[in-house]
Write a protein that binds this ligand. Sequence first.
Ligand code: ARG
Length: 578
Amino acid sequence: MVDPIAALTSHVQKAMVAALGDEFASADPVIRPANKKQTSADLQVNAAMALAKKAGKNPREVAQSIAADLPPDDLIESVEVAGPGFLNVTLHSRWIAEAAASMIGEPLLGTVLPEQQTIVIDYSSPNAAKEMHVGHLRTTVVGDSLARTLEFLGHDVIRQNHLGDWGTAFGMLVEHLLEVGDGSDDAKLLTIDPNAFYRAARAKFDADADFATRARARVATLQGGDPDSLRLWREILDLTKGYLRRVYSVLGVTLTDDDIAGESSYNDELAEVCKTLEDKGIAVMSDGALCIFSDEFTGRDDKPVPLIIRKSDGGYGYATTDLATIRRRSLQMKADRAIYVVGAPQNLHFRMVWAAADKAGWIKGTEPVHVQIGNVVGTDGKILKTRSGDLVSLQSLVDAALERAATVVAESRPELDEQTRATIAHQVGVAAIKYADLSVSHDSGYTFDLDRMVAFQGNTGPYLQYATARIRSILARADVVDPKGPIVLGEPAERDLALKVLEFGSVVNQVGESLEPHKLAAYLFELATTFTAFYEACPVLKAEDAAVRDSRLALCRLTLEVLTRGLSLLGIEAPDQM
Ligand code: ARG
């Protein structure tokens, strides 16, 4: 075990039993890193106050009796009672050094594999034949980081890209494709700039009444299963998938065609979904539409808001499909967790859908989770929109970041050949975008500020990449091939770094539970700054003593392993040099 908090927890629990009795055997001792401004100790045990209250005793006395049962051992150097009843614990440097050394070359780096779960994760999920916008950038980046992290934790992760590939707009798109001709340059727009294709179809629809009539009729033939219409629809989707493949490959996103389970894949189930809900009395007819009402979900007038699952024209909607997604993910895929990484405004939608699905018995042994995604705003604090009022396209943001990164790398490394510079610039640009997104909590808004994101200084992706490149260069200049220590912790900065490294596993475990990648981002930033402080205080290659140099090289290597692994869980590549 390398996590000092976990190690100390079992010690303290034994002491709590001795001090207070058996019923405290599994009470949480509430151990946190100590406040460095107040004490030189490493960890602080906070439980005594709450426990004393429960046991009807004086907190300081309880703290003292727990402390009395925590004699110095391999882990604990000293314990001191402070304030109203805190315990400040100083760990043995040797324990820290050995724990750190044991992490070197370990694939899990201190992560404890949890009980394996089947986890379905719905993310990215753009709308076909419409360009991805900034909102999809976030659902894509956050979802991909979660999928990578959950997979690293040993879970069976099933990605679902819930592509919006069905609905009335396809009538218009199919008609437009028919007119421009498949294989034409206009049709190929779908793989380059799907929105341009969509706009062209829309313009025709608005301007040309005959076209609009044909488009409406096409909706009916398409939904009625007419083979010709379906062929054209499939063509549109194939081209769109080409577009998505390119976006995902530029961004280094792990989604493939096989992960696409679009809205259309649920078509055959929708009639039955409605019928079952109606038969069970969960859905009722109201003004010609089939609706679900529940006292749980009321509007301003305190009347239940309807969840419409079949419109009065017989059409099904977004809610109907999502009843089918949770049913499939729970009953067929047997998900322990069904995660939906989707914009925060859809929270009510999901809560209403899941409540209804639960009533129908369609959620069994599955915990549905909505990972709510906040808005992307510009430096003016407003939702990013183009001058024409559209949401800014994902492509234009990515292009801008890549361009900016190219300028930065051209300035910082003019001596590198063009190819190498281009590779680094790409890695830096993508890191800038992803990290900016992942370093704020997923449900709060984040400001898209290119200058800040691409900077090599501050809490940015490129700064973390730069830290890894610097360590690589130190290791490359050392004469040791595979530094393993032993680690000896003499200087405080060495000890701080080793302790920080030990936290990695528990942070990853926490992200696997709470689904908050920003905690990993924050940790990696702390690690990088702790490394910088170490590097400033402790010469590595120039260390006088050979044993000290070996130890510091081992610390460098371990820091590099943790940083690169952590970045990879965020979906960020670490360049060899920068
Ligand atoms: N296509 C939807 C959108 O762009 C997101 C779909 C999310 N997934 C789901 N199962 N509803 O807003």
